[in-house]
Design a protein. Structure first.
Length: 124
């Protein structure tokens, strides 16, 4: 069991971030004892680790909340994962198009000293 400060330090997370997640309903706030601080158990720590990793992977807090609610519902989880994969594939495609456009612009500028109009045309 850890205080919010100890938990935040251990997880390299801001105390306010933990409080925000409590307000958003992603984690439950422990009951305040008559004397002392609220103490957070390992289950809350594990949820916070999950939230942080999911955010790093690009999941929104709304999606993370859904993941936490779905827990063991494989059909719903699969639907959400497939939806996320579609979004990721579109982003990858757009990044590849951007990479090609920038590469093309760099070669044109280097060889022809073209103006910015090529930049506008390349990104159409």
């Amino acid at each position: 069991m850890k205080s919010i400060g100890q938990l935040a330090k251990e997880l390299k997370m801001n105390v306010e971030t933990i409080r925000f997640y409590e307000k958003q309903g992603l984690i439950t706030q422990p009951i305040k004892p008559d004397v002392g601080y609220r103490m957070y158990d390992e289950a809350v720590a594990n949820k916070l680790i999950f939230i942080a990793k999911a955010k790093t992977l690009g999941f929104s807090l709304k999606e993370i909340a859904s993941l936490l609610l779905m827990d063991n519902n494989c059909t719903q989880l699969e639907d959400l994962y497939l939806e996320k994969l579609t979004i990721i594939r579109k982003k990858i495609n757009n990044l590849q198009l951007l990479e090609k456009a920038i590469n093309d612009m760099a070669h044109v500028c280097k060889s022809n000293n073209q103006s910015n109009s090529y930049l506008i045309n390349a990104l159409k």
